[in-house]
Design a protein around this ligand. Structure first.
Ligand SMILES: [Zn+2]
Length: 553
């Protein structure tokens, strides 16, 4: 998700009150911990006039223990008409956003659990998509429906019954979506079939890779589809599909080469695009954007003439195909992996395509917003809203911008060569996985797992680095004193924890790396002019906010 308009969310909250505590993840219900979802089959008819959906969802799962009951989340705004197991209807309850089903008999460990829930109604209208999600029912200028779903913060149970937890992705997914004639439904995976049915057309999309529930999306409009091919680093020809509103066809066409360049740069740094056996897709949406797997929601209005003359929004959402969709946090406490590393990718794009100065300007810009009021990777389990919204209110970008600075400073510690090797292994831990497209190329990752990869490439323990930067909120302070002909450097840390962060010091014209064993060092100046951390490599307390002017010193 992109963070630009997050302020709007809070303004909205202030006016309507916290009416919906519906979040995703956090504590796993025992009934949900007992199953591993393998597949969802979602068949829905979307009625733009009535603003309703109706249909059925079949969940197929493997029992991890003996299972007698199934519990799936579904927003209370929707009404369940029946639940079928095997071929028989079974009793159910639907209360507090949870559909509870008692199976006709227990399913033994390793057995298959399949439940079909027929339901329908008016799903929540997204109050401020994508940050506060649901269905967005917009119209194009000529009055045709333009519909999008978004549900990262609340979970997909806003519109279909699911095990609403980030730790369980179905291996595959099928969508059968019926929309009125003249409209196109753009969704995840590959389009298997378009059928004429009563009242419209039914689109069958098949997802061949594991997918996070919140990444399943409907985009419905009288889209024009621009198609091209992207040749991946591994030689695969990947279909690229851009679903544009007809009036924006020319703009989309002009934008496509940049889309391909973003893909190319991400592959250069992070390895092959993970979903080469499906497609890379973009759908123009009436909200800013979301990392919907293989069908990125794009609502940045083709504003490529923004800062640095590139479309940051598209690049950001696309970077989530690696950081979020290939590499996924199992618990929302590790969401900085999606947003922090995802945000750092834009700086790397600018460095690669516009030069080091653009990278420096981007990082300086990101440094300004940090709040440091809570850890970006708390150790305790978090639901999607706990991790995303600061309980103290206000604007909090730390998951994004502090996360990107953690990567920036990690790069200083490891050095470019090892850092970029480590970054690639964070995406694909084994080079062999870069060749895989059967769904096993992705994984759940944790902060500890990424630390292990960084340590492997650094050859030294990095607990001190991650403990200080992501496990607690306060920044370290570098105390610099000039003592005669010597420079005294000392790290001041919260709780006086050990912090042997090496410090770059410019002495005369040369930048040297000063090791800081025990968090301290003394540098003999020998009459040379000095500057500490001249290129702002260190995430630390700044005496004043670094500005562009400061950088040119
Ligand atoms: Zn994002």
């Amino acid at each position: 998700m992109a963070h630009r308009a997050i302020l709007g969310w809070f303004l909205l909250l202030a006016t309507v009150g916290a009416q919906d505590a519906n979040a995703s993840g956090g504590r796993l219900l025992p009934e949900q911990a007992a199953i591993d979802v393998r597949h969802y089959d979602l068949a829905l008819t979307v009625d733009p006039q009535a603003k309703t959906i109706s249909g059925a969802c079949t969940m197929t799962a493997r029992a991890l223990t003996s299972v007698e009951r199934v519990a799936l989340h579904l927003d209370q705004r929707l009404t369940v008409s029946s639940v079928v197991v095997g071929e028989r209807q079974v009793p159910f309850t639907h209360a507090d956003g949870l559909v509870r089903v008692t199976l006709p008999g227990p399913v033994a460990e390793g057995g298959e659990v399949a439940v079909t829930i027929a339901y329908g109604g008016a799903p929540r209208v997204a109050p401020n998509p994508p940050w506060k999600g649901g269905f967005t029912w917009k119209e194009t200028r000529d009055g045709q429906p333009w519909i999008a779903t978004s549900c990262q913060g609340e979970g997909a149970d806003l519109w279909w019954p699911c095990k609403d937890h980030p730790s369980d992705k179905p291996e595959t997914f099928d969508l059968h979506i019926t929309v009125p004639r003249g409209l196109v439904c753009a969704s995840n995976g590959t389009l298997r079939k378009v059928e004429r049915v009563k009242g419209g057309r039914r689109f069958h999309w098949h997802v061949a890779n594991p997918i996070s529930n919140y990444c399943v999306a409907l985009n419905i409009a009288p889209y024009t589809v621009l198609k091209t091919t992207f040749v991946s680093v591994d030689g695969t020809r990947v279909p690229v599909e851009f679903y544009a509103l007809p009036r924006n066809e020319a703009k989309a066409k002009k934008f496509l080469p940049e889309v391909l360049d973003h893909l190319k740069q991400m592959e250069e740094i992070c390895g092959p695009y993970p979903f080469r056996n499906e497609k890379y897709g973009v759908a123009e949406t009436p909200h800013l954007g979301m990392e919907h797997q293989t069908i990125i929601a794009y609502g940045n209005k083709y504003r490529v003439r923004q800062a640095f003359n590139y479309d940051w929004l598209h690049h950001h959402e696309m970077s989530h195909e690696w950081w979020g969709n290939l590499v996924t946090c199992k618990d929302w406490r590790d969401m900085w992996i999606h947003e922090g590393i995802g945000t750092y990718m834009q700086a790397l794009y600018l460095e690669s395509r516009r030069g080091p100065e653009a990278y420096a300007v981007q990082m300086t810009k990101k440094r300004r917003t940090l709040r440091n009021s809570r850890p970006i990777a708390p150790r305790a389990s978090q639901d999607s809203k706990q991790i995303y919204f600061n309980p103290k209110g206000g604007f909090d970008n730390d998951l994004y911008d502090k996360g990107s600075w953690v990567m920036h400073t990690l790069r200083w510690v490891l050095g470019d060569k090892q850092f970029f090797k480590a970054l690639r292994r964070m995406a694909y831990p084994d080079p062999k996985l870069e060749k895989v497209t059967d769904g096993s190329q992705g994984r759940f990752a944790t902060t500890e797992g990424l630390r292990a990869i960084a340590e492997e490439h650094h050859g030294e323990d990095l607990r001190w680095f991650f403990d200080l930067y992501v496990r607690q909120p306060a920044l370290p302070e570098l105390v610099v004193k000039k003592d005669g002909g010597r420079l005294q450097l000392a790290w001041k840390t919260p709780g006086d924890v050990e912090f042997p962060m090496p410090v770059p010091v410019k002495l005369g014209k040369k930048i040297v790396r000063v090791p800081m064993p025990g968090g301290k060092a003394t540098v003999a100046l020998k009459g040379r002019v000095y500057e500490v951390d001249p290129n702002h490599r260190l995430l630390k307390v700044e005496p004043r906010r670094p500005g562009r002017r400061g950088r040119r010193r």
